[in-house]
Ligand binder design. Structure first.
Ligand code: HEM
Length: 408
């Protein structure tokens, strides 16, 4: 007879179908479907998506357990197919599994890259917007700040692909055959090649001895400098540089751009908030004509607008999927190694337990509130938290505030 006490105690699960498990319960907007399921099965549930056991976390309390208290058990990344290819086999930070390599790369990025000020980039963006507003032509927010229209096309295609569920991510053994027939693999190879050529051109331009050196180094100069001196444990090759550029363009620039678009859309829909934000900015800068980073401390309403935007519309609705490192027990439940972990920060931000009228855009909810978005308050997690939390929070927030302030 089986020993009853040895039976694993698994988190609640919706009923499954053979082979596909719970896949049929996911609609096009996975975060919506998962929120609906969590209302029935609880804030910590175990799904089987294809052949992959997937733990779904949908409350601040459980997010704290996973991302802070027991962070070390949950801090690897699920080895997804497209990120693997686009990161030159996990030479990046965002998709790399948790290991010594990741620790070193993350350290390099925090020390050398994510502290770089982007004021010039923002200033150029403002200039081009003012030019188009003088000529009364409409402004496409998403097209500002990215180096060229061709590159923008590549970024959109790469992001579109990263957003499409691939069969291989749910059925690692035979899913690739399906992806081959649906043409996804070919699209992936094409975009990988396009991006690779683009990164290479940027690197070659920076290496060209006849290039006129700009006043300030940019990120590629910094990376090439690091590769030259090889002062870190990891010998940086061009592929390492390309993988980091992928993180900056896909994880960084795009999150900031999406947040800007949402903030502006919400302000257009909520004229009262728009008026308050504009008045605060005019009062702060007077006739200066441009908001600078040093002004940001005074813009408390604008900060509330950015928090409220990121609460309702976090760019990464389910975070970057994590993976458990080992067997562990949470709330008495057994969680096995190599379980994929999705934290539904979109649902957590809209949970009525953490604030009234959660579906409404109300920046004032943050007035006199202790809640911040830097990974300490688990009801608001747009940048994640813990070891795998966004290493560029400061840059990300400054970018959003500065650009938004100047738009307004
Ligand atoms: C509005 C702006 C941004 C938002 C909302 C955002 C959000 C996030 C989130 C949710 C994660 C996953 C956190 C987790 O798993 O706990 C993440 C990770 C990451 N972000 Fe950001 N991010 C932003 C800007 C940036 C920028 C500007 C950069 C780079 C220049 C950047 C680079 C990264 C990297 C490298 C990771 C992976 C960290 C790791 O796995 O160790 N992000 N970000």
């Amino acid at each position: 007879l089986p020993n009853k006490s040895k039976q694993p105690n698994l988190p609640p699960s919706p009923p499954r179908l053979p082979l596909i498990g719970n896949l049929h319960q996911l609609g096009a907007l996975r975060h919506h479907s998962l929120r609906a399921l969590s209302k029935e099965y609880g804030p910590i549930m175990l799904l089987k998506l294809g052949s992959i056991p997937t733990l779904v976390v949908s409350s601040a309390e459980h997010a704290r357990e996973v991302m802070k208290t027991h962070d070390l058990d949950f801090c690897s990344r699920s080895p997804l197919i497209y990120p693997k290819r686009l990161s030159y086999d996990f030479l990046d930070v965002a998709f790399s599994p948790y290991n010594e390599y990741w620790r070193e790369m993350r350290k390099i990025c925090i020390l050398e890259l994510f502290s770089i000020k982007r004021e010039e980039e923002v200033a150029n963006m403002i200039k081009s917007i003012s030019e188009s507003s003088v000529s009364s032509s409409p402004v496409n927010l998403t097209s500002k700040g990215i180096e060229s229209s061709k590159f923008e096309e590549f970024v959109f295609e790469a992001l579109a692909l990263l957003g499409i569920p691939t069969a291989a991510d749910y059925f690692p053994r035979f899913g690739w055959i399906v992806d081959k027939f649906t043409g996804l693999n070919e699209r992936l190879e094409n975009i990988f090649h396009d991006l690779d050529v683009f990164y290479q051109q940027m690197i070659d331009e920076h290496l060209n001895p006849s290039r006129t050196k700009p006043e300030h180094e940019d990120i590629i100069d910094v990376l090439l400098g690091l590769a030259k001196i090889q002062s870190h444990c990891i010998p940086l090759t061009e592929n390492h540089i390309k993988a980091i550029l992928m993180n900056i363009f896909l994880a960084g620039v795009d999150s900031s751009a999406i947040s800007m678009v949402w903030a502006m859309s919400e302000l257009v829909r909520n004229q009262d908030a728009m008026r308050k934000a504009q008045e605060e900015i005019r009062l702060c800068i007077g006739n200066k004509g441009k908001v600078e980073e040093s002004d940001l401390d005074q813009l408390s309403y604008l900060k509330m607008v950015s928090k409220e935007t990121l609460r309702l519309h976090p760019p990464g609705v389910l975070e970057i999927p994590r993976e458990t490192m080992r067997h562990c027990k949470r709330n008495g439940y057994d969680i096995y190694p190599k379980t994929r972990v999705l934290v539904n920060i979109w649902a957590i931000g809209r949970n009525p337990e953490y604030g009234e009228n959660p579906e409404e855009f109300l920046p004032e909810r943050f007035l006199n509130s202790y809640v911040d978005y830097k990974g300490q308050h688990f009801e608001l997690l747009p940048f994640g938290a813990g070891r795998r939390g966004c290493p560029a929070i400061t840059t990300g927030i400054a970018n959003i505030l500065l650009t938004l302030a100047n738009f307004l």
